[in-house]
Design a protein around this ligand. Structure first.
Ligand code: MSP
Length: 532
């Protein structure tokens, strides 16, 4: 079985996760479930990035030891992933002993190889970002990443010789077009960071001690990014005695990261891997951000939305649908209460839920709930629908090959609309009415058409249920239950055969899977969440 290894960023456990953080996790979970459905042996890694000054400060603020604090926070994170039904295979914490040992070994190896040297660092330090900047990198004298105050600092430190690998990295970019997605990120890295000359990276600190100590020089703590980035291999057992997972899954097939941490993943991470003589991940997928009307989500602006709040009121599937549908990977996506309610009402309720409902009630009315077996020659409308059904799978797969998630989902909804249009075209109610009182041959013909229409609608719904499965599992199950299609019959490959329904019997009375929301009330409700 072919393997598929994917990773999410490991999140700072410094507070409750908002929908922005949940976005990356949902995206990864979608890819993981899709690949699993396709028959891959998948492994998804997620976790928390638990060291560093910021965490130490947070713990102090609440009067706990850093360890106590991160233990509690990691549990809160896991709880949310449980609520969101995220199917990760391993939860990694950078305070796990195996990881700390592995990072120490990696550090010593770099030192021995001459990739790391000792020097003195002086620069402008941004405490919240845990990053040093040069004078020219500052924007109006402030941190270029977060815009906050920076302080001039100097300390003895170890450096990683990045310059040594710069040319090799550019060559790698050029010879591996799939390495960076979307591809425009490649130029951004090249123009903004590599062309001006890569600075060697300072990789230790003496200013705080909540971190992994350098084995051969313990007053130095390993800089959080070397600690954090290597999690993707230490989680698989790299440097330990048991390399089974590592041998099986590395290199990663896709590593998902937000644009703010692209630089670390597209420059430092591949260079660390080159220095370790390891293969690079096949793709690093950089996604943009969920933004609000007034910019970034932040507590001080009072515009933060938490995933559990949306899930509680609108359900998990609607929440995941919105996140993935409305945030294209390659541009920022706006969250507005109006848009959320509209998508719910139009896409989920009008388009999907009504399609299911109309179909189930027609099968009940015309065929006593038993989906008719249709073996005749398909008529024009059937052929068109079958063509769309087959095209949407190819479109879906092509978008997924490029990780264009929002487009993938949009293509499913085009097919939902197409199927609704098929009902308007075939007008089953008119066929049923006309059957009465016609000559026998006309009756047979129309009856055939009616059978065919029901059969095609159920086949389309089965296909839709499978395609939405990676991100709307509950809805998928509910559709399959209502149309009486066996859960055993949902392999991705089975999509290639449109008509795969046997002895299906729909439920007696269809139940709406999404009920129309009152636009005004719900917009107000979501706005009230943002003010809390
Ligand atoms: N700990 C580092 C990552 C280390 S990976 C080796 C970190 N953590 S974080 O918690 O600050 O951010 C984690 C991820 O959440 C980042 O990929 C970031 O882009 C993402 N997001 C944070 N806010 C976001 C939005 N508003 N929208 C989408 N993603 C956002 O950085």
């Amino acid at each position: 079985m072919e393997k598929f290894y994917l990773t999410t960023p490991i999140y700072y456990p410094s507070g409750k996760y908002h929908i922005g953080t949940a976005y990356a996790e949902t995206l990864a979970d979608f890819i993981k479930r899709y690949k699993t459905l396709q028959g891959y042996d998948t492994f998804m890694l997620t976790g928390t990035d638990e060291h560093g000054q910021k965490i130490q400060d947070k713990a102090e603020e609440v009067g706990q030891s850093p360890q106590e604090y991160v233990d509690k926070q990691a549990e809160i994170a896991k709880e949310l992933w449980k609520v969101m039904n995220i199917k990760y295979d391993k939860y990694m914490r950078t305070t796990d002993e195996y990881h700390e040992k592995a990072v120490q070994k990696i550090f010593e190896r770099f030192l021995k190889q001459g990739d790391i040297y000792k020097g003195e660092y002086e620069g402008w330090y941004c405490k919240p970002c845990e990053s040093y900047f040069t004078e020219t990198q500052l924007v109006d004298g402030k941190c270029p990443d977060c815009g906050r105050e920076v302080k001039k600092m100097k300390e003895e430190a170890y450096f990683f010789n990045m310059k040594k690998y710069a040319d090799k990295l550019v060559e790698y970019y050029d010879s591996h077009p799939d390495f960076i997605k979307p591809s425009y990120m490649k130029n951004e890295m090249r123009n903004n960071f590599i062309k001006p000359g890569l600075d060697d990276l300072c990789i230790t600190r003496t200013s705080f001690d909540w971190g992994i100590k350098v084995l051969s020089d313990p007053k130095h703590v390993i800089y959080v990014w070397l600690d954090a980035l290597t999690n993707y291999i230490t989680a698989l057992g790299y440097t330990s005695d048991n390399l089974e997972l590592f041998d099986k899954y590395w290199p990663a097939d896709v590593q998902i990261v937000g644009k703010d941490i692209a630089r670390f993943h597209l420059i430092y991470w591949p260079i660390f891997l080159m220095a370790l003589d390891l293969p690079l991940p096949k793709t690093i997928l950089v996604h943009n951000w969920i933004t609000m009307k007034d910019g970034k989500m932040s507590k001080s602006k009072g515009n933060v939305i938490y995933p559990d709040q949306l899930i509680e009121r609108y359900g998990l599937d609607a929440t995941k649908y919105f996140l993935l549908r409305n945030v294209p990977v390659s541009t920022d996506g706006l969250f507005t209460p109006e848009e959320f309610v509209n998508r719910y009402n139009f896409d989920l309720c009008n388009d999907l839920s009504n399609l299911l409902n109309r179909t189930v009630s027609m099968v009940n009315k015309y065929f006593g709930g038993v989906v008719p077996q249709y073996n005749g020659t398909p008529n024009e409308a059937d052929v068109e629908l079958e063509k769309s059904a087959s095209e949407v799978i190819t479109t879906f797969e092509n978008y997924m090959n490029n990780y264009e998630i929002a487009n993938t989902i949009q293509s499913i909804w085009s097919f939902v609309s197409r199927t609704n249009k098929y009902i308007d075209e075939t007008q089953p109610w008119a066929l049923a009415k006309e059957i009465e009182g016609e000559s026998q041959s006309d009756k047979d013909l129309k009856n055939e058409k009616l059978k065919s229409a029901m059969y095609h609608l159920i086949a389309s719904l089965r296909q839709i249920a499978i395609m939405i499965r990676p991100f709307m599992e509950n809805t998928s199950n509910e559709i399959l239950r209502q149309i009486g299609v066996d859960l055993a019959n949902i392999k991705w490959d089975s999509l290639k055969e449109f008509k795969l329904i046997e002895n299906a019997k729909v439920i007696e009375k269809g139940e709406p899977i999404f009920m129309r929301l009152n636009q005004e009330e719900e917009v107000e409700y979501i706005q009230s969440l943002m003010k809390k």
